[in-house]
Structure formats: C-alpha cells, structure tokens
Design a protein around this ligand. Structure first.
Ligand code: SF4
Ligand code: SF4
Length: 186
C-alpha cells in the first residue's frame, strides 16, 4: 500500500516536471538556425516555433521547392515531362517551318511551347526534371510557401503564348506541310 502510494506520487511529480518545463519553455521561441551549421539538430530550449511568415527558417542552397521555368530558354524537347515519375508536367509543342530563335546557351529553338503546365500539387520534388533539361531552364527555387485554397491554382502555366498565337502557329505549320507536299507532287 505504502509502496503503491509512493509510486503514484513519484509518477505525478515526474508528470508535473514535464508540464512545468513546457510551461516555461513556451515563453521562449526557438532560435532560427542555419541548416548548414553543426548545431542545427541540437535540442532547443523554446517550444514556440518561429513566427512564420514573419520569420523564416533558413533553407539549404540545394533545397527542392517550387519549380520555375525560364520559357525563353526552353527548346520544348519534352525530356522533363518524360522523366517525371508522376506525370505532372504537360507540354504541347507546335512545330515551326523555320528556326524561331536561340536560347541563352546558344541552343536552336524550332518548337513553340503551346502549353507548358506543371501541377505542383502532384509534384513530389524529386528534381529529375531539372537534371535532364539540356538547357537548364527548369529549376527548383527557394519558394515553398505558395499556399492555395483552390487546388487548380497549383497548376502553373509557363507558356507565353496566347490561344490565338497557338492557333496561328498551327495554321502556319499546316500550310507549310501542304506547300511541301504540293511541291513534291509537281
Ligand atoms: S520535381 Fe520530380 S515530380 Fe516534380 S515535376 Fe520534376 S520530375 Fe516531376
Ligand atoms: S527538358 Fe528543359 S528544354 Fe526540354 S522541355 Fe523541359 S524545360 Fe524545356
């Protein structure tokens, strides 16, 4: 009986110590530590997290967050879409009869990006698309806080073409093909 009562008091005291530690800890905020520092995973005193979005934890340089595409440097090769394990990149290309320009690394552009969508709600941030891109125009940024209430808003469109421009380019390509066929049959 005595032992049981003593055990109950000790247990209650231990619980109280934990509660008090949290009570006083709640008055202190955690420190913003650089993830590259060796003490990053050290136990912190405070239990209050940083005051996001006013305060932000530093992120590593190689962090994988929201994707971005520099569409002027895209040659619309579709490699990123093919490499994506979850099929969250949708690309539609339109051929051009002529060279339409060059990327900043000198690659020749022959295709228009009629559609270039990335569904970030599906993306698992593996980074494969950035690895295979020959012009390095699809990159992971340090942006991680684009919260949306509408899921559809997480599909980012990177094309710079209007629907009318796409239709016009398609017509140009169809006309070019028809003229080529006609010249062949002469
Ligand atoms: S990071 Fe991975 S999952 Fe996301 S779009 Fe690129 S390849 Fe697909
Ligand atoms: S791999 Fe790069 S160049 Fe090719 S379509 Fe994707 S973003 Fe454009």
């Amino acid at each position: 009986m005595f032992k049981t009562t003593l055990h109950a008091f000790i247990t209650a005291a231990k619980g109280l110590v934990v509660t008090l530690a949290h009570l006083f800890g709640a008055r202190r905020s955690r420190k913003i530590r650089d993830v590259r520092k060796v003490d990053y995973f050290d136990k912190q005193d405070g239990v209050t997290t940083v005051q996001f979005p006013r305060e932000k934890m530093p992120i590593p340089e190689v962090a994988r967050y929201q994707l971005d595409v520099e569409i002027d440097d895209c040659i619309v090769c579709d490699l990123c879409a093919k490499a994506c394990p979850v099929d969250c990149i949708t690309i539609e290309s339109v051929k051009s009869p002529d060279v339409i320009g060059k990327t900043s690394d000198g690659s020749v552009k022959r295709l228009y990006a009629a559609q270039f969508d990335i569904d970030m709600a599906k993306c698992m941030y593996c980074g494969l698309c950035t690895v295979v891109c020959p012009t390095e125009c699809i990159v992971m940024t340090d942006q991680y806080d684009r919260s949306m209430t509408n899921l559809a808003e997480l599909t980012y469109s990177f094309t710079d073409m209007t629907a009318e421009e796409v239709e016009q380019k398609k017509r140009e390509w169809t006309r070019f093909q028809a003229e080529k066929e006609a010249a062949k049959n002469k």
